[in-house]
Write a protein that binds this ligand. Structure first.
Ligand code: R5P
Length: 298
């Protein structure tokens, strides 16, 4: 008869239960390595498949733009309401406490300002993204602009370097001053970036034809907000974008330049993650804004 020692060593392999082989929730992302998938699962919510990224990297070309004069004061109140901080290393190290649990999408391309040709960028080292515990890196690409070759090369080099360490790359379809943001151009640019290996793409919403842009791009798309527009309009744009297949937003000015940025972040979140109607999300915005004003008066 086996003694207590033998009982302790008895193994239970449960052979009758087949091991599950799960797919991955993001489009075009089923063949990635574990680290890459894990990082993408921090950027995109595995339940909704979507994300609310807060873009506040504008200073890298524009200096202290409206709404971002004081990143320490302007960004931290928004942090609880968004999913991802998208910024430069300078903003991160100087203004964001390292105690944050929010994933970071680190802007890795740089080297131009609004004073000169914007498309003349280079790209930083992937080691810096690893050092900063980034969940993804962002590289701006200027398809059809003077810096097309340089910026597409930046993307290819970054994807190669990121693949070595499990770091996803977000390709950004930057649009030059003279260029149309229509479905034909954005469809071309997003597809090129995806084929060069970008793991997800940031582009602009366009009408008509955004669903064709999404359909023709084999990896997830998030939209930039673009110039500040009235809050209800921005919520409608976000709703139309996710309704036509975008996996969320990487929004800046339409959040941090809103009359109440904290309320706007929550309204955008309701649209993106809960499929809230824009009008309802705008009601939420107005209510939260009113409550915040009430608190200030007291
Ligand atoms: C532009 O310089 C940056 O890449 C921004 O992150 C991007 O334009 C998104 O911000 P916004 O929603 O303000 O357009």
């Amino acid at each position: 008869m086996p003694g207590p020692e033998a009982e302790k060593d008895k193994k239970d392999f449960r052979p009758q239960i087949p091991m599950k082989t799960e797919g991955f929730f993001l489009r075009g992302s089923a063949s990635l390595d574990w680290g890459m998938s894990n990082r993408l699962s921090r950027i995109f919510n595995p339940k909704s498949g979507r994300t609310v990224m807060l873009a506040f990297d504008h200073g890298y070309i524009m200096g202290p733009t409206t709404g971002l004069e004081r990143m320490d004061l302007d960004i931290l109140p928004l942090e609880p309401h968004i999913d991802v901080l998208m910024c430069t290393r300078g903003a991160l190290r100087s203004c964001i406490p390292a105690t944050t649990s929010k994933p970071v999408c680190l802007r890795l391309s740089a080297g131009a300002t609004i004073l000169r040709e914007l498309s003349m960028e280079m790209v930083g080292d992937i080691d810096e993204a690893v050092r900063l515990n980034a969940a993804a890196v962002a590289v701006q690409c200027y398809v059809g602009e003077p810096g097309e070759h340089a910026t597409l090369s930046n993307l290819v080099r970054t994807v190669d370097a990121g693949n070595r360490v499990g770091m996803p790359t977000m390709g950004v379809t930057a649009v030059g001053k003279e260029m149309a943001r229509d479905a034909r151009y954005l469809g071309l640019a997003t597809r090129v970036l995806a084929e060069l290996g970008a793991h997800f793409i940031k582009t602009y919403f366009c009408e008509p034809g955004f669903e064709d842009v999404v359909a023709g791009c084999p990896v997830p798309i998030v939209i930039a907000g673009g110039k500040k527009i009235p809050e209800l309009e921005a919520l409608k744009m976000a709703r139309r974008a996710v309704g036509q297949g975008a996996c969320g937003v990487d929004m800046g000015r339409n959040i941090f330049c809103a009359e109440d940025p904290v309320a706007m972040a929550q309204a955008v979140r309701a649209v993106v993650h809960e499929n809230e109607k824009p009008e309802k999300a705008f009601d939420l915005y107005q209510t939260l804004k009113g409550e915040a004003k009430g608190k200030k008066k007291r």
